[in-house]
Design a protein around this ligand. Sequence first.
Ligand code: DX5
Ligand code: ZN
Length: 225
Amino acid sequence: MRTVRLSASLLAADLGRIEDEVKRLEEAQVDSIHLDVMDGHFVPYFALGPDVVQAVRKMTRLPLEVHLMIQQPDRYAQSFIEAGADLLIVHLESYHDPKRTIALIQEMGCRCGLAINPMTLVENTYSLLKTTDQLLCMSVNPGFMGQPFIIEVLEKVRVARAFRDKHHLHFDISIDGGVTDETVGPCVTAGANQVVVGRPILSPKDASEATRLLRARANEVGAGG
Ligand code: DX5
Ligand code: ZN
């Protein structure tokens, strides 16, 4: 049976009450916390920096995955690792040498994921997937939460899953953006073993109930697949 891990995106949290929000996610038993970093260049807005990662690190033992929607992620990797990231996700499309950046991050003892935008072909990642710990398929355009899920991305996930199985590779396949109790099932069917969820977990008062519903919907499909 296929199961799915749920990573909660703090972008949807009330940062003025960040400690309570992290506690809420712990109680809801999410599998990890996803922190979106934006630099105003790779995406139009700004969000979070190593100081916030460090603050969250002190609040929880949940794994922290840091999604770097920034140019030149190699320049900033060390700061985020020292702040306590367990996984750094870099974009294929940003300005850097992805192969070197992945090696650099892993040499510093951190796991490394590779993200691709909705319009980027998954085939462009093939030469990097042997060493990558996670492939993150963006199912919305990066930089904004609360956007509708781009369904065409599921075909890329199917292709990535087939590539992984064919070559006996072990990278996780994650989907980020617009994942709800409606879209989580198709994500699992397509071959994802993780989804990133922002608003659907953090907007409702009861994050635990929202998480249970997402898991139930994912498992309905997983039992068959
Ligand atoms: C988009 C971010 C996502 C986003 C997900 O740029 O990478 O992590 O916060 O939020 P929802 O689940 O609300 O679409
Ligand atoms: Zn993200």
